[in-house]
Design a protein around this ligand. Structure first.
Ligand SMILES: C[S@@+](CC[C@H](N)C(=O)[O-])C[C@H]1O[C@@H](n2cnc3c(N)ncnc32)[C@H](O)[C@@H]1O
Length: 272
């Protein structure tokens, strides 16, 4: 049986994370090195508005607001689990108007207007979603991101070292047998979903603390031909700031599609 049929429905994911609640923070032993790497490459010091999809307990948001975002920057976040949104709201209350969290209904439709955020962040959420929903997240991220803007992702992935290959293989076996035992998460290769006509890979790394492999991916949303030259030049300063971030990975990726049909035409064979 493949992974696709084992992906949790929204109701099952919500029920699991309602039960799991604050225990999510115990995953830091393998999540934190990946989040450190993300923070080091996502230029949060230049961001004014950040949207986080699947914010969990708000642990990353607290870290960003307390130490990485400019003092007036705003963080917006959603999660499908009411227990998680309550935990996040309590944790972030001290930041007042700078932090806003809401409960979403599980559909991949961000309640954020077009072109209004500098960063879209999602950590350990896309590995819970179907391939179709992962593609939908990328389309939504492009819709809400300003140009230039960065999509900042972390996900469980397939191993790259002998130990991490064993861990990800075992993880997949458990996922296929009983997905709830691993929180509905399975190893995915996010890079395989990236349409090079829409995104430039500004950073990619797989980190493997304790043998658990996580893919860190920072993507810059590229302007398409229909986006006017005037719009481009008005954001030249922002683009220069992003350009000053080092590009760690610029490996060309296969496949092409334009913004509108990204969901239909990209069908990466990432799931074995
Ligand atoms: C593994 S946890 C990660 C939480 C947090 N991002 C972190 O890194 O600690 C996955 C989170 O995604 C949320 N989630 C799952 N499916 C979702 C959906 N369709 N829409 C929004 N949130 C979702 C869960 O409720 C849970 O809080």
């Amino acid at each position: 049986m493949g992974d696709a049929s084992r992906v949790l429905t929204v109701d099952r994911a919500r029920a699991f994370y309602d039960r799991f609640g604050a225990r999510q923070d115990g995953q830091g032993f393998y999540e934190d090195p990946a989040l450190d790497d993300l923070i080091a490459h996502a230029g949060f010091g230049d961001a004014e508005r950040v949207f986080e999809f699947g914010c969990g307990t708000g642990r990353l948001a607290e870290r960003l607001l307390a130490g990485h975002l400019p003092p007036r920057a705003v963080w917006l976040g959603c999660d499908v689990s009411p227990v998680m949104t309550d935990l996040a709201a309590r944790r972030l209350a001290a930041f007042g108007e700078r932090a806003r969290v809401w409960r979403s209904d599980g559909r991949i439709a961000f309640a954020v207007p077009d072109r209004t955020v500098d960063r879209v962040v999602s950590c350990y959420v896309l590995d819970l979603l179907s391939s179709e929903d992962i593609r939908a997240v990328l389309v939504e991220a492009r819709r809400v991101l300003k140009r230039p803007g960065l999509l900042c992702l972390v996900s469980l992935t397939t191993g790259v070292t002998p130990l991490s290959r064993i861990v990800s293989s075992l993880w997949r076996i458990v996922f296929r047998a009983r997905p709830e035992l691993v929180g509905g998460c399975r190893p995915v290769r996010l890079e395989a979903f990236v349409d090079p006509a829409c995104w430039q890979v500004r950073h990619r790394r797989v980190v493997t603390p304790f043998g658990v492999p996580s893919e860190v991916l920072v993507l810059e949303s590229l302007p398409v031909a229909t986006e006017t030259a005037a719009n481009d030049s008005s954001h030249a300063g922002d683009r220069r700031k992003l350009r000053s971030l080092p590009i760690v990975s610029d490996r060309p990726m296969s496949g092409t599609s334009s913004d509108g049909d990204a969901r239909r035409r990209f069908d990466p064979l990432h799931e074995r």
